[in-house]
Design a protein around this ligand. Structure first.
Ligand code: UDP
Length: 314
């Protein structure tokens, strides 16, 4: 039975990952300091094969016994969260990656870094292949996340080259699904609760900026394939179906039968104008591509938010 540590295990992606790994027969240890994660996300995973440690991985990390895999998913991950926790965001991407890489070296574990499409910043190349070096503003408000993840990638490659640690780097593009926090400020978990409550839908800028949204189950499957591969170079995982934010709001309103009005708010500083993953590498090297279409994924997500908000269940 492989033994796997997931940092950020109580977060949106971390909790889905823990669940997937348990289903694959792993023993899973989730670690999280719960500043943006929540025990509600993992309560249903309780079993002999699953344990949780409340801990901040920017400090020395100790785990008893062997580890086969370490997956570093701890970080605030929405623009609103990393504006609220700028120093913690920088520290978990830098110090947290250092500590968990050190642990991987000690335990001879495979290390997987959750990186991000934010390493491409406001991209000047479209769609974005892994070979693109990006266009990031280091001193802007998003710089705390973008630069932490860029440093984390550099450190991961250094541990691979200098210490021969088996490493993987996944660049995660916009992902959505159940267990996103309604207050995290990201587009989909903001729009759906606004529509449920009959509040206006807040579109930033003119809504012409684009994103490409991947359903969480597809993303986790891609990450798992990367984990068990032998690829050290970064791999984009995301859904290439690109749309403007205004198009997205219209789809959500239609699916929900909502008549909420759309109101326009100022565009956040350095908000990328376009984003779409080039997933050629994932297709060719992992034989992976997303399967859940937007409508199906949104329906599942809407249903989850309705249970959480209206019936206070999820
Ligand atoms: N966005 C929006 N209204 C909101 C939240 C987000 O129009 O209430 C926009 C945001 O400006 C961005 C896009 O939706 O252009 C995706 O934002 P999100 O925070 O989900 O992710 P990221 O900017 O990190 O891709």
């Amino acid at each position: 039975m492989p033994r796997t540590l997931v940092t950020g295990g109580a977060g949106f992606l971390g909790s889905h990952l823990c669940e997937y790994l348990l289903n694959q027969g792993h023993e899973v240890i989730a670690m999280d300091n719960l500043i943006t994660g929540s025990m509600d996300n993992i309560a249903h995973l309780h079993s002999e094969s699953f344990s949780f440690i409340k801990y901040d991985v920017t400090h020395y990390v100790y785990v008893e016994g062997p580890l086969d895999y370490i997956m570093h998913f701890a970080s605030p991950a929405s623009p609103r969260d990393y504006l609220e926790f700028p120093i913690q965001t920088l520290k978990v991407g830098s110090l947290g990656t250092h500590k968990t890489l050190g642990l991987a070296k000690e335990k001879k574990a495979v290390f997987l870094l959750a990186s991000t499409s934010e390493v491409y910043g406001d991209p000047l190349l479209h769609p974005q292949p892994e070979s693109y070096w990006g266009n990031v503003n280091p001193v802007g408000p998003r710089g705390v996340y973008d630069e932490a993840k860029r440093f984390a990638e550099a450190l991961t490659m250094a541990y691979h080259r200098y210490h021969q640690v088996e490493t993987r780097i996944v660049r995660i593009f916009n992902t959505y699904g159940p267990r996103m926090r309604p207050e995290d400020g990201r587009a989909i978990p903001t729009f759906i609760p606004q529509a449920i409550r009959n509040e206006p839908i807040t579109v930033f800028g003119d809504g012409g900026q684009t994103r490409s949204f991947c359903y969480v189950n597809d993303l986790i499957e891609g990450i798992y394939r990367l984990l068990i591969s032998n690829i050290h170079e970064p791999v984009n995982i995301g859904n290439p179906q690109e749309m403007s934010i205004i198009e997205l709001t219209k789809k959500i309103l239609k699916l929900m039968g909502s008549h909420s009005e759309i109101v326009f708010k100022p565009l956040p500083v350095d908000d990328p104008k376009i984003r779409q993953p080039d997933i050629t590498r994932a297709r060719e090297m992992l034989d992976w591509e997303p399967r859940v279409d937007l409508e199906e994924g949104l329906r599942n997500t809407i249903e989850w938010f309705q249970r959480k908000i209206v019936r206070n269940e999820a």
